[in-house]
Design a protein around this ligand. Structure first.
Ligand SMILES: [Zn+2]
Length: 438
């Protein structure tokens, strides 16, 4: 079942990038390599252990070997303070290459074949996440909001992920940071960040193989036109309050029976649900001249016997909607919620110890650390997708807390010459037979 992605293979991809990070130091003090700082911070995120490096420094002192070196290729472990100083001047874009290399390999190996949505497209969900906020701590790349005479500093990013209906897997792609842009007086925003990401990355995908998913904030004409001109498809949430002209048109069509319907009855294990799909093709996205024509659909789910509404959402898309496609278009549009649940939640709530370990930095540190954390998240996803032993261990240990708790403890007390040795040790302890089939 192993399709060839190993921890060592992933580290090789990452190390190529870490070793090429720019070094802006001018003095003689080059005792620690920049690549070691990046690999060390990556190790903290990958093990989800804030104390990982300090444990490994201890181990090195006492035993002459350590897991930061064996598992992550850190030749000489810098202090947290040195890591902060070494990584702070480096723009996060220097860490983007591994996202695409891993994506390309997953694609080439066929691992992504099951991760598809409507029209056999890959679904790329674009959502913003605010990962830092403070009234006191800030850097030159913080965004600011002013309210009642107080300033609030924050960092946010777009974290695009590939999602698929009925799959818990989310594949992180290169992020885009919402940060004050050179030569612009105005604050940056989510819309501009998505625009930059699309323009920079469209060439990574074959035309019309990717459908972009985003929320209501982004279902406006400039973004839709940008997506179409870059050969992306889209399914975007589209609410009545922000799309008055579109919904007036739908109301008019409804009066002359111009809105199509599909009804489905479903048993959810406890009671019957009524699923009502409504759709119409070729309606104007906005009022005024030169409005883009889009296709619109909505899904309303109600409790059949009680009549209460359980779910409602509506989307605009460039995919043609008919009785046969409306269900898969809506299912694809709904897959976006995984971003919040899987990826951004992990960034915000699980093992995210940035400020605790490394501080905020003066320039790019906070976005560099987020990028390393996204890479760690991606590597775990890839191992889960492609390594049978990793899958077995994760399933056996139940929660992610247990898995990472065990990794944390094992790497503190024992030396492992490589990741495979660590997994084998865990499997042996748990009595998982390595030869058992899935
Ligand atoms: Zn900042």
């Amino acid at each position: 079942m192993e399709t060839g992605f190993t921890h060592a293979g992933l580290m090789e991809i990452l190390q190529r990038t870490f070793k090429q990070l720019p070094d802006y130091r001018t003095g003689q003090n080059t005792r620690y390599a920049i690549g070691d700082a990046a690999a060390g911070a990556f190790g903290v995120f990958f093990t989800q252990s804030p104390s990982f490096l300090s444990y490994q420094r201890d181990m090195q002192r006492k035993n002459g070997q350590n897991n930061a070196q064996s598992l992550f290729g850190v030749e000489k472990i810098p202090s947290d303070n040195q890591i902060r100083n070494l990584l702070d001047p480096i723009g996060p874009e220097h860490l983007y290459a591994p996202f695409w290399e891993i994506y390309a390999q997953l694609k080439a190996r066929g691992t992504l074949n099951k991760q598809r949505g409507h029209a056999n497209n890959w679904l790329c969900a674009m959502d913003g996440v605010q990962y830092f906020t403070s009234k006191a701590i800030h850097c030159e790349n913080c965004n600011e909001t002013h309210k009642d005479g107080t300033v609030r500093y924050y960092h946010a990013a777009i974290t695009p992920v590939l999602v698929a209906p009925d799959s818990p897997v989310v594949i992180s792609l290169e992020p885009e940071f919402i940060t004050p842009q050179d030569g612009s007086e105005k604050q940056d925003c989510e819309q501009n960040a998505i625009k930059r990401w699309i323009e920079r990355n469209a060439s990574h995908f074959a035309p019309h193989t990717v459908t972009i998913l985003a929320d209501d904030l982004h279902s406006h004409q400039p973004l839709c036109e940008l997506l179409l001109s870059n050969h992306f498809n889209f399914i975007l949430v589209c609410k009545p309050d922000s799309h008055k002209a579109l919904y007036e048109e739908i109301a008019l069509l409804d009066k002359i029976a111009g809105v199509s319907q599909v009804k489905v009855r479903r048993w959810n294990g406890r009671f019957h649900e009524k699923w009502l799909y409504r759709y119409v093709n070729q309606v104007p996205l906005r009022g005024g001249e030169h409005a883009l024509q889009v296709n619109w659909c909505e899904l309303t789910i109600t409790h059949e016997s009680e009549g209460t509404q359980i779910y409602h959402n509506s989307f605009v898309t460039n995919h043609l909607i008919n009785d046969a496609t409306v269900k898969s278009i809506v299912a694809s549009g709904r897959a976006r919620w995984k971003t919040e649940n899987e990826c951004n939640n992990v960034l915000k709530n699980h093992g995210y110890h940035l400020a605790h370990n490394f501080g905020h930095g003066q320039q790019h540190l906070s976005s560099v650390l987020v990028t390393l954390n996204l890479l760690a998240f991606l590597c775990h996803t890839v191992l889960d997708l492609t390594s049978f032993l990793y899958q077995r261990l994760r399933r056996e240990l139940g929660t992610r807390q247990t898995f990472f708790g065990d990794i944390r403890t094992l790497t503190r007390y024992s030396y492992f010459p490589n990741w495979q040795a660590l997994l084998d040790h865990m499997a042996k302890g748990l009595g998982i037979g390595l030869s058992s089939s899935p």
